[in-house]
Design a protein around this ligand. Structure first.
Ligand code: SUG
Length: 449
């Protein structure tokens, strides 16, 4: 049966702003309090989705979340009407209002971990929403994420949904950003590669000194168990703690893989040789020929990788078998990275082509092309079971563009978050969106009562 990889991109929500909320994420910290443009952010994301659709890739849309999250503020002791809650939080606890207003669910590489049916014990596609436990503003995403994924992949015969892992740092889970699947073909059993930043229960593992390691080994192991993955189909690797301390807060900031190819930085992992050998031998037992493309630190330093987001790119299989790398504009603006990319595509390796996208609004918060998409490998029968409302078509692209232009502000500052009208705008936009995407009721304001 034919199989595909579908990219689901997060639609940027109407409250996109620069809250400086992610310690350890250099871009989020350095653009704190900059003026954002939610409208431009959403249109930049839609332009990337359209370009991939036009190139023939399967492309879907993942809906944003209701923000500000007044229920989260209620759980922190704010009372009264929604407007009163927002006004009081703005007066007394602006950092909490900013956290509850973040549009961070746009980075859907962190929405969940997905294991395709060819890898799982029960032959279904498994999804586990990420608890995103390291940052408060992200930890409030998973209940809605689970409902949205349930509405998109709504067929028990093909899709299994697991709630997020326990909400403690020991099971800190950041979803697909630390998970890569290698395979010969998307419909064939593959090797799932889990990269963690620390162990929560075993002090023999090293850990970063400066910035947090968001993903634990124990969280990755729990996901593999929940999804029914077999020992032969899993490889665990520890991220190099030194690169976390240089701003590599997820593995997808330093490595990306697709099919039989891993594109990674020389400093990405601990015990690199052993990790590569295990990937190669496990993939060989699945019939695949593992190819590792290493970017040497002499060509691109970790700092250049973090600033340009070279590795936060999408690695896609073209119909002719060559691979295409989708990179952010910041890669072209960095001479070392751009020179490296010119050489990479001319040396007859697996990566043949580079395409550049302007995603500046998201990039300024540390979210590149790969952060904005969730990959789901599906066979033809499973693809037919996906809610068709979320699959991008030229007409849906047109509808979503007009929807953004109708509902989104062009400019947002921290002071604007204090305006209760923003919640009203967000709710009316999302109410319309659930009808456009045929999701049913998924948001707290639609479920209340
Ligand atoms: O979790 N930024 C996100 C960026 C996530 C990127 N995702 C991947 N690498 N897959 C984060 O740090 C910043 C929000 C703010 O500061 O306003 C933020 O949450």
């Amino acid at each position: 049966m034919p199989a595909f990889e579908m990219n689901l991109d997060g639609l940027v929500g109407p409250t996109h702003n620069y809250g400086g909320l992610s310690y350890g994420n250099v871009a989020s910290q350095s653009n704190s309090q900059a003026i954002s443009s939610p409208r431009e952010a959403a249109l930049q994301g839609l332009a990337k989705m359209k370009a991939l659709m036009d190139m023939g890739f399967k492309q879907g849309v993942l809906a944003p979340q209701e923000r500000p999250d007044v229920n989260a503020l209620r759980s922190l002791g704010f009372t009264g009407s929604d407007a009163q809650i927002i006004e009081r939080a703005a007066r007394e606890a602006m950092p909490l209002l900013a956290a509850c207003s973040s549009a961070s669910s746009m980075w859907v590489a962190n929405a969940c971990t997905v294991s395709p049916s060819a890898d799982t014990a029960d032959g279904r596609v498994h999804f586990t929403a990420a608890n995103l436990n390291c940052k408060f503003h992200r930890s409030i995403e998973h209940p809605t994420t689970t409902r949205v994924l349930g509405a998109m992949f709504n067929d028990d015969r093909h899709f299994a949904h697991h709630p997020a892992l326990p909400a403690v740092g020991q099971f800190g889970d950041e979803g697909a950003a630390n998970h890569t699947r290698f395979c010969k073909g998307y419909g064939e059993p593959g090797v799932e590669f889990f990269v963690y930043g620390r162990s929560a229960f075993d002090s023999r593992y090293p850990a970063p000194q400066r910035y947090p390691a968001r993903q634990t080994l124990e969280a990755s192991q729990a996901i593999a168990r929940l999804h029914g993955l077999s020992e032969e189909g899993v490889v665990y690797a520890q991220q190099n703690p030194a690169v976390i301390d240089q701003g590599v807060f997820h593995n997808d900031v330093i490595a990306v893989g697709n099919g039989e190819v891993l594109f990674y930085h020389e400093d990405a992992f601990l015990d690199t040789e052993q990790v590569l050998a295990e990937l190669a031998s496990k993939l060989a037992r699945r019939g695949g020929n593992f190819q590792a493309v290493c970017v040497p630190r002499d060509a691109v330093a970790v700092d250049d990788a973090v600033r340009s987001y070279l590795f936060n790119s999408q690695l896609l299989s073209r119909a002719d078998g060559g691979m295409l790398l989708i990179v952010p504009e910041e890669c072209r603006n960095n001479a070392r990275v751009w020179n490296y990319l010119q050489q990479l595509t001319s040396d007859n390796g697996p990566i043949r082509e580079v395409k550049v996208f302007d995603l500046k609004q998201s990039m300024q918060n540390g979210g590149g092309p790969a952060c904005l998409r969730l990959r789901v490998a599906l066979n033809a029968e499973e693809l037919a079971a996906v809610n068709p409302g979320v699959i991008l078509t030229p007409s849906l692209y047109g509808t979503l563009t007009s929807w953004v232009e109708k509902h989104y502000r062009d400019r947002l500052t921290e002071a604007d978050l204090a305006d209760p009208q923003l919640l009203t705008e967000c709710r009316s936009a999302l109410d319309e969106l659930t009808q456009i995407l045929k999701l049913g009721a998924v948001y707290p304001f639609q479920l209340a009562g």
